[in-house]
Design a protein around this ligand. Sequence first.
Ligand code: CO
Length: 157
Amino acid sequence: MALREILKFGEDALRKKCRSVTKFDDRLAQLLDDLAETLIASDGVGLAAPQVGILRRVAVVNVRDERGTIELVNPEIIEESGSQTGNEGCLSAPNEWCEVERPNKVTVKAFDRHGNEFTITGKELAARAFCHEIDHLDGILFTDRVKKTLPGQGEKL
Ligand code: CO
């Protein structure tokens, strides 16, 4: 396990559409381990591979509930409902928070590190985090979805 450097807004890697994972190998496991470790060390709730310069469809989410760190490989939102508007930040944009509207509940289809498909449903912060991280895999940043800029603080995803 190793901490990886988190790229900041302005880096090209954050604007790329990431490629799907095709090999569920040791390298993928290492990347997931590193993302999880870097996320915890950064006190965030989500981190996507392009934020550490790896242009693959991989992300981790940890909203500090009983599910711990959720690993998402090739994630896709397959269902969404409701809406929530709240304060959102990003580990790639320290000290910047904006009001962003997201679905209140989403179901994501993804693969685990071994290539097994699963679905997972998240509400509120978890739903926000799934949407935010999947956006990262398409080069979309939360500031693209801003309703208004806020002076306050919130979770870093
Ligand atoms: Co982010």
